[in-house]
Design a protein. Structure first.
Length: 247
């Protein structure tokens, strides 16, 4: 409990880097999660996703040579926002940030990771399942909360159910997102979605069918584009987080 007591207070003011992150999520609403067995394959996955119109790219830290992959993607796609995922330790986070990661996802909620992210102004997204876990991650300073694995939680229905009490928290469902269910998740209240195997289908990657992956990405981006602009964006304009808190 000591650590919790020394953690940041309940809903903290959003500072500039957090506001920028939420606005980026609001604009793009999908994050392509790259888990690759070779640097070449991971780079091709990233380029196919970007060709299809995806702007936010995440390199999972259990990819093969993630530092080299992150560098290769940054060099090839300087217009994209490139971050990291599956960050499990503070040391991993330090290396990722030193390599230029612009955001960080983890599958769990770690006080050390959240605190380091806030210190260096890198948006840090903690993984959580239950309402208690989601609220705890938010209270500990997560810039948004990854609801993971959404497939096991009932997908859009789960997000709808928690909107009442937790609708002010920017949520990013992941783990089971597909081009087909992404719009339902966004309509149910997700700020953005994280998608890996639903975008980078195993057989497409195996056969190096980058065009097929690009097509999947285009479909996803087009589907998101059909969403009503009035779909509420969580975090910038609702309930306990309001404009007055944005500096
Ligand atoms: O570990 C992290 O930090 C991640 O971001 C992991 C990804 O969210 C999932 O691996 C997505 O998995 P799919 O179900 O294949 O879309």
């Amino acid at each position: 409990m000591t650590a919790l007591h020394s953690a940041p207070p309940h809903v903290q003011p959003l500072v500039e880097y957090q506001q920028r992150w939420l606005q980026t999520l609001q604009t793009h609403r999908a994050i392509a999660v790259i888990r690759a067995e070779t640097v070449e394959s991971g780079l091709n996955m990233a380029m196919a996703a970007a060709e299809g119109g995806i702007h936010l790219l995440e390199v999972t830290w259990n990819s093969y040579q993630p530092v080299a992959l992150l560098q290769a993607i940054q060099k090839a796609l300087p217009h994209c926002t490139v971050g990291v995922g599956t960050i499990l330790t503070e040391e991993d986070l330090r290396v990722a940030i030193a390599t230029g990661a612009q955001f960080c996802f983890s599958p769990h909620t770690s006080i050390a990771l959240l605190s380091h992210g806030r210190t260096v102004h890198i948006p840090t997204v903690a993984g959580a399942m239950t309402p208690t876990e989601i609220l705890t991650a938010w209270e500990l300073g997560a810039t948004s909360v990854k609801v993971f694995p959404i497939k096991a939680l009932g997908e859009a229905t789960y997000l709808e159910c928690i909107q009442g009490p937790l609708g002010h928290i920017p949520l990013i469902p992941s783990g089971g997102v597909t081009p087909e269910n992404a719009t339902d998740l966004l309509s149910a209240g997700a700020t953005a979605v994280g998608i890996s195997s639903g975008l980078f289908r195993a057989n497409h990657v195996r056969h190096q069918d980058w065009k097929a992956i690009q097509h999947q990405a285009t479909q996803l981006v087009e589907a998101i584009g059909t969403l009503s602009l009035t779909t509420e964006f969580k975090g910038l304009n609702k309930k306990t987080i309001n404009h007055a808190q944005l500096k």
